[in-house]
Design a protein around this ligand. Sequence first.
Ligand SMILES: NC(=O)C1=CN([C@@H]2O[C@H](COP(=O)(O)OP(=O)(O)OC[C@H]3O[C@@H](n4cnc5c(N)ncnc54)[C@H](OP(=O)(O)O)[C@@H]3O)[C@@H](O)[C@H]2O)C=CC1
Ligand SMILES: O=C(O)C1=N[C@H](C(=O)O)C[C@H](O)C1
Length: 266
Amino acid sequence: MNTYKLVVAGPRGKMGREAVALCLRESQFELVAVIDTQHDGALLKDLDGYIEGDIPVYTNMERCFSELHVDVLIDLTTPAVAKTHMEIALAHGVRPVVGTTGFTEDDIHSLRAQAEQKGIGAVIAPNFAIGAILMMKFAQMAAQYMTDVEIIEQHHDAKLDAPSGTALKTAQLISEVRAPKTQGHSDEEETLAHCRGGDFEGMRIHSVRLPGRVAHQEVLFGGEGQTLSIRHDSLNRASFMPGVKLAVEQVMTLKTLVYGLEHLLD
Ligand SMILES: NC(=O)C1=CN([C@@H]2O[C@H](COP(=O)(O)OP(=O)(O)OC[C@H]3O[C@@H](n4cnc5c(N)ncnc54)[C@H](OP(=O)(O)O)[C@@H]3O)[C@@H](O)[C@H]2O)C=CC1
Ligand SMILES: O=C(O)C1=N[C@H](C(=O)O)C[C@H](O)C1
């Protein structure tokens, strides 16, 4: 059985906590350190919400990767720092598995070039939940036949980016099979700014932020006399962990950057 030496960045976050728990319970995963900007020199058990774990905490990722042998970085932090984290990991030959959202297409191209130059794998997965991947694939399939599409995503109100990475990825997948098309009435006017949502090649994306929500998305299709709704709900963050596990296992065999868990499922 292969074993993997892992580092988690963002261990006090909502997703980071789940990822640490995953690393601690999977026998082939060995958590060798965590990256936390506020607790240099501490141990995991010293962080808020943790009561065990003699695992070192680093504030400095470069130092962590210089001092320890690390196979995979799991990054669940913020859009502001995730790209830099990936660059540091790739420079040290550490394979990044990144759930953090907010990457632009240019970011992805440049990170892919860095991964290929190093000859190692990297994964950016806007959504690790298998049901969400299916929702996106079904939506792409439906868009070949029903080209009027609106995406409504709903998240908790602590989310930093809008639209969600999942909504953007869904729109990108749909745009592979749907020609750009303006939707709604040609004389349509917004009397309240942004009422019609974000415009991605004519598809509208609406972002709802409310306390009590976790992660939800509905893709709505309209045709003459009919509608189709494809919906996925993540009810807790455990829903993302089988996808994180799969990505860690697969990233070791890749030699490029893969954007989207769907590429690892087939
Ligand atoms: N791909 C997927 O399936 C999923 C992706 N996500 C994405 O994952 C990311 C995290 O989400 P979530 O856990 O809800 O967010 P949280 O805000 O709960 O957690 C983010 C954590 O990152 C920490 N952090 C910020 N900067 C750094 C840094 N430089 N080094 C180390 N840690 C840092 C924060 O620490 P501090 O408190 O000190 O700022 C915080 O603890 C988001 O981008 C979200 O969109 C979320 C769910 C599923
Ligand atoms: O911030 C979140 O919570 C989530 N972020 C990801 C996204 O932006 O799509 C994945 C999931 O929707 C939860």
